[in-house]
Design a binder for this molecule. Structure first.
Ligand code: CP
Ligand code: NVA
Length: 308
């Protein structure tokens, strides 16, 4: 039994195996209807709890469909409807759920909630996003890059915008998969020093470049995300927009990257804020492959967790 809590907490060899298995499972489906089961049914007879304390479209649907394709069943639980949202401890919730289900995926606010769940559950726990990280997303992103451009090792990835939870998982991935990561954004929204130190410690120091035009020179991949995350107060919206406006990914910025550079966004997007529709729907964009690959990557993550 293994948890999937973060990219930097998972062995690099295991991460590579997860990506390879995800790719193999995607190819094995070979365009068959989405609702049909895989030939392999490793989750047959197993139940997976999907807990959401924040909204979700991709994570919710891709986990649910993925479990079913692998032969298992799901239970989607909203935090506010559980006793968890009314004072029951995470530890007790983890112990109780472990008596009913074989695997727990949780999307929550504080990282400590995820860690408490993992500490007290006796079944594997998967991180479906916290305020600090989003590892399943970046597994799908690495898979997507490699489908289009081959190995991500030594490639140049540029993040433009807020140094947020999705960036943090990119920083971990830079260390684990061995690519060069540049952050461009305002100093006030710099990533946590912890993430920078982690990547540097793995021999992949993150470059910080305030000028987005300079940052994207030679980029193989340009990535952005919403300027206001689910955990950010709405009162910060205007200030954040003012700080980040200069970091919008538009056609002029993409033109400064490598001619075959890819563009990614984990979605949901605020079109024409962090990225223009021209870029999101343009020739560099692989945003819907990214979204699809959440399904395949997470199926491989669940199999890794359950040793199946
Ligand atoms: N990218 C992502 O996690 O999307 P959802 O919030 O819709 O799950
Ligand atoms: N940074 C965003 C990602 C959403 C998938 C958020 O946390 O809201």
């Amino acid at each position: 039994m293994k948890n999937f809590l973060d990219i930097h907490k998972t062995d690099a060899t295991e991460l590579r195996t997860i990506i390879d298995n995800a790719r193999a499972m995607k190819l094995a489906r070979n365009g068959r209807p989405k609702g049909t089961p895989d030939d392999d049914q490793p989750l047959a007879g197993r139940m997976v709890a999907l807990i959401f304390e924040k909204p979700s479209t991709r994570t919710r649907v891709s986990f649910d469909v993925g479990v079913r394709q692998l032969g298992g069943q799901t239970m989607v639980l909203s935090g506010s409807e559980m006793q968890l949202g009314h004072g029951e401890t995470i530890a007790d919730t983890a112990r109780v759920l472990s008596r009913y289900v074989d695997l727990i995926m949780i999307r929550t606010f504080e990282e400590q909630t995820l860690l408490d769940m993992a500490e007290h559950a006796t079944v594997p726990v998967i991180n479906g996003l916290t305020n600090r990280t989003h590892p399943c997303q970046i597994m799908a992103d690495v898979m997507t890059f490699e489908e289009h451009r081959g190995p991500i090792t030594d490639k140049k990835v540029v993040w433009s915008g807020d140094g947020n939870n999705v960036f943090a998982s990119f920083a971990h991935a830079a260390g684990q998969f061995g690519f060069d990561l540049t952050f461009t954004g305002p100093e006030t929204l710099d990533p946590e020093k912890t993430w920078l130190d982690y990547a540097a410690g793995k021999g992949r120091p993150i470059t910080i470049e305030r000028d987005p035009a300079k940052a994207v020179e030679g980029a193989d991949l340009v990535v952005t995300d919403t300027w206001v995350s689910m955990h950010d107060p709405q009162s910060a919206r205007e200030r954040r927009h003012n700080q980040l406006r200069g970091y919008q990914v538009n056609e002029a910025l993409m033109a400064l990257a490598k001619p075959d550079a890819l563009f990614m966004h984990c979605l949901p997007a605020h079109r024409d804020d962090e990225a223009t529709s021209a870029v999101m729907d343009g020739p560099h964009s692989v945003i819907f492959d990214e979204a699809e690959n959440r399904l395949h990557a997470q199926k491989a993550i669940m199999r890794y967790c359950l040793g199946l």
